[in-house]
Structures are given as C-alpha cells and as structure tokens.
Design a protein around this ligand. Structure first.
Ligand SMILES: Cc1cc2nc3c(=O)[nH]c(=O)nc-3n(C[C@H](O)[C@H](O)[C@H](O)COP(=O)(O)O)c2cc1C
Length: 184
C-alpha cells in the first residue's frame, strides 16, 4: 500500500501537468511512443465504443504543414512528435468527451514518463479539412486536434498573445452541498 506521502506526491504529479509548447529537438524513443499508445488504447470511452484512431507523426514536414494552419499553433513545427486523434464521426457529443479524456491521458502519460505534451486544435472546418488532407484522413471522420510530445525546454507560452497562466482559486469554482454555498 502506498503511504499517504507517496499518494500525495503521485497526485502532485497530476496537478503539475502543463501545456508544453517548447521542446528539445531530441527524438522521442519508440518505447515511450508505445507506452503512450497503450495509455490511449486503454482510455475509457462512451459505451466502450473506442471511437478513435491515432496517427503518429514524426515527419517534420507534416508537423510544419499543420503548424501553418493557424498562428496559435505555430509552435507545432518544432515538436519532435505528434499523435493526431481521429474520431469515427458517428456520435459527435460523446466523441468530443472521449477525445478530451484521451487527450488528457496522453498529456499525463507524457509527464509521468519525463516528457511533456501539448494539445493543438486544427481550427475551423476548413482548417480541419486541410489537416485531414495533410494526414490522409477520410473526409467523413472527425479530426480536430493533435497532441505534441517531447522533452520540455520550458513551460512558458511563447506566443505573443499568451493566455494568462495559473488557475482560479478553489473558493471561486467549488460549492458544498448547494450551488454557491461555502464549506461548513
Ligand atoms: C480543448 C483545448 C484546445 C486547446 N487548443 C490549443 C491550441 O490550439 N493551441 C495551444 O497552444 N494551446 C491549446 N490548448 C491549451 C490551453 O491553452 C492550455 O491547456 C491552458 O492555457 C492551460 O495551460 P497550462 O496547463 O500550461 O497552465 C488547448 C486546450 C484545450 C483543453
């Protein structure tokens, strides 16, 4: 049985997962990619439908093309590896939920393995269509995002219009027993 302190440090690992946008150019080893794909494979999904397919992208040319879809994802060009998430396109709301779950697990898995991950959305429908073209994805599938993986060199957001970091205080986002009620 893990001690209380070690359980706390395990959840601390989860709490410190951040969006990584700056990576060292070093290759992500195959065994790391395999581990992450297994983590993705075992993610729970609505009715265990497993509505996904994953495209491992290690060609800099493809990542560069994706990075050019829109400015907020220009950092994708310098990532050593991407895992694009393709959904069946059969049930849009539940697949969006499943996509979020699998994305988060890839980010957490990368962090636990000493790497880092970042999610990049392709953009609007036209940009999604372009991404499908770059990756050879059939038009009827849903493809919205790619998770980039690599060794982090910084946790900073290098973009000129960087989002503010940090989080809202718990007191602002949590109620007890009834909406708006504080503890005790
Ligand atoms: C649905 C979703 C889409 C996102 N799309 C992008 C994106 O296209 N480009 C990007 O740089 N970050 C993207 N992010 C990352 C968020 O900006 C990031 O999670 C947030 O700023 C918190 O970052 P932090 O955990 O490093 O503090 C996305 C996150 C989510 C959940």
């Amino acid at each position: 049985m893990a001690s209380r302190a070690s359980r706390r440090s395990q959840t601390e690992v989860l709490r410190t997962v951040r969006q990584i946008r700056q990576y060292s150019p070093e290759r992500v080893p195959d065994e790391v990619v395999e581990r992450l794909l297994e983590v993705a494979q075992w993610t729970g999904s609505s009715r265990n439908s497993q509505p996904w397919h994953f495209i491992v992208i290690s060609q800099p040319g493809q990542l560069r093309q994706i990075s050019q879809l829109r400015t907020p994802i220009n950092w994708v060009a310098a990532a050593p590896l991407g895992i694009a998430i393709v959904l069946d396109g059969a049930n849009v709301p539940s697949e969006a939920y499943d996509e979020g779950r699998v994305t988060e697990r890839l980010l957490m898995g990368a962090h636990l393995l000493g790497f880092g991950g970042g999610v990049a959305w392709f953009g609007d429908e036209a940009q999604q269509a372009e991404a499908k073209d770059i990756l050879g994805i059939p038009a009827e599938r849903t493809a919205r995002s790619v998770v980039l993986i690599g060794r982090p060199t910084s946790i900073k957001d290098p973009r000129p219009d960087a989002r503010a970091g940090g989080r809202k205080p718990l007191s602002e986002i949590v109620s007890y027993e009834r909406w708006g009620s504080s503890k005790g």
